[in-house]
Design a binder for this molecule. Structure first.
Ligand code: MEV
Length: 452
């Protein structure tokens, strides 16, 4: 029997249909995707060669977060997400952070939007050995103290992937350390504007072979680590009035703004004292960041595991951002800051094969990977601000339901203009009445009334 991977995409779909895993309509849906080789999605031949056993294309809506002010530049950021409120919340947070209707104080940066900074990032390969008695760790330490041996390891790493040195990057540094029962040598690689996972894995394997020959011991593993020793930071100073509804009078706006700022600071403290809350707080931060990483063809799992490892680096899982109130020039200000490692690239990986990813990077006009990192950290901070602002105020369900109602309408089978009509009808129901059955009834009623 021909292996599944060796079948054409068409025959893989037919196999699943013959096995009863998909019905005729589902097979037609997949076959239609296969036939459409449009430049706006992934061309069929690219999709087939990008992964094993490809049978379809998974599509998500991509939206734009507009008006995110980062280091004085207004940025549009493309975000791919299945969650209805993510982009609306980010735009809301970006508007509050830029405090456009409250004004900007040049002496304090209050209302100036977000200031973000990224240090020089590296991607690191680990070559680990079993080491019950610590002898391998001692020998690895002697290697990294020997300049000639280090130069040899860096040369081997760079020669295994010469294009990285040609682009101005390459292996830079080695470290050795002892772990419980293990020893490791790490090699830091400057991967320029690429995330560099493949490059670093190739280098790690080349260095592993050399270490094995010097030590006469077989290594356990050579692979990159998805952690980072550095992080991108971003901060914002917000006049409290910007937090309150624009419909309020000036005095009420200040009082309401102060109340919300105090509660946002308390929510931040809660996340610092309860890892169960910190996980949700950080999930909110990652909502936009992971969506922007996905839209730009980056590895969202690598990014998220690095973020969570950073959050837990003290031994306790903590929030990635902090909010507190401050007094500046006699005015109450909400100060927010975030620290997050961002293992991403603007070239390499799947970016050049995915038309939407190329577009995402072009629209935002990132000058280099650090420019993208600064934008992502700013996006995480405003996303978090919008979530905490809602939680400190009316709660998130009011805003979420307005957006979620379209999804309920679509799930019940609403099409075209029916979606907005049914979504509107759903919002007139009490939360307890918003069941799938009720939405189906609303749709039937709408269709019947439009027949008459
Ligand atoms: C929902 O996707 C994200 C929030 O739960 C984040 C938070 O609770 O901070 C609203």
């Amino acid at each position: 029997m021909t292996a599944f991977r060796e079948l054409s995409v068409e025959n893989r779909i037919k196999t699943l249909q013959n096995e009863g895993a998909i019905n005729d309509a589902e097979a037609t849906f997949l076959l239609k995707q296969f036939a459409e080789s449009s430049d706006t999605t992934i061309p069929a031949d690219v999709a087939n060669h990008m992964i094993e056993h490809q049978i379809g294309k998974y599509t998500l809506p991509v939206g734009v977060v507009r008006g995110l002010v980062v280091n004085g530049e207004v940025r549009d950021v493309l975000v791919a997400t299945e969650e209805p409120s993510v982009i609306a919340a980010a735009c809301n947070g970006a508007r509050i952070a830029a405090a456009t209707d409250v004004g900007f104080d040049a002496t304090t940066d209050v209302g100036y939007g977000i200031i973000a900074r990224s240090p020089q990032y590296v991607t690191t390969a680990q070559i680990a050995f079993e080491d019950a008695d610590g002898s391998v760790a001692a020998r690895l330490r002697r290697i990294v103290e020997d300049k000639e041996k280090v130069a040899e390891l860096l040369r081997i790493a760079n020669e295994s992937h010469p294009s990285m040195s040609k682009r101005g990057g390459g292996a830079r540094k080695c470290r050795a350390s002892a772990l419980h029962g293990f020893a490791k040598l790490e090699i830091d690689v400057d991967t320029c504007d690429a995330m560099g996972a493949n490059t670093v894995n190739t280098m790690g394997e080349a260095v592993k072979a050399q270490l094995e020959s010097w030590l006469g011991v077989q290594a356990l593993v050579a692979i990159l680590t998805n952690t980072s020793r550095v992080a991108t930071t971003a901060e914002v100073h917000i006049p409290v009035e910007a937090l309150a509804s624009r419909r309020l009078e000036d005095y009420e706006r200040e009082c309401e703004g102060k109340r919300l700022a105090r509660r946002i600071a308390a929510l931040s403290a809660l996340a610092a004292s309860d890892p169960a809350r910190a996980a949700t707080h950080n999930k909110g931060i990652l909502n936009g960041i992971a969506g922007a990483a996905l839209a730009s063809g980056n590895d969202t799992r690598a990014l998220e595991s690095a973020a969570h490892a950073w959050a837990a680096r003290s031994g306790r899982y903590l929030p990635l951002s902090k909010w507190n109130t401050e007094t500046l020039n006699g005015k109450t200000i909400l100060h927010g800051s975030i620290e997050i490692p961002l293992q991403i690239g603007i070239i390499g990986g799947s970016i050049s094969s995915l038309p939407m990813a190329k577009l995402a990077i072009k629209i935002s006009n990132y000058k280099n990977a650090n420019d993208f990192r600064n934008t992502l950290a700013a996006l995480g901070l405003v996303q978090n601000l919008a979530a905490l602002r809602a939680l400190a105020g009316p709660g998130i369900q009011a805003g979420h339901m307005a957006l979620q109602s379209s999804n309920l309408a679509i799930a019940a089978g609403a099409k075209g203009e029916e979606i907005a009509e049914i979504a509107h009808d759903i919002l007139q129901l009490s939360p307890a009445e918003r069941t799938a059955e009720k939405v189906t009834q609303l749709l039937q009623k709408l269709r019947e009334s439009s027949k008459n």
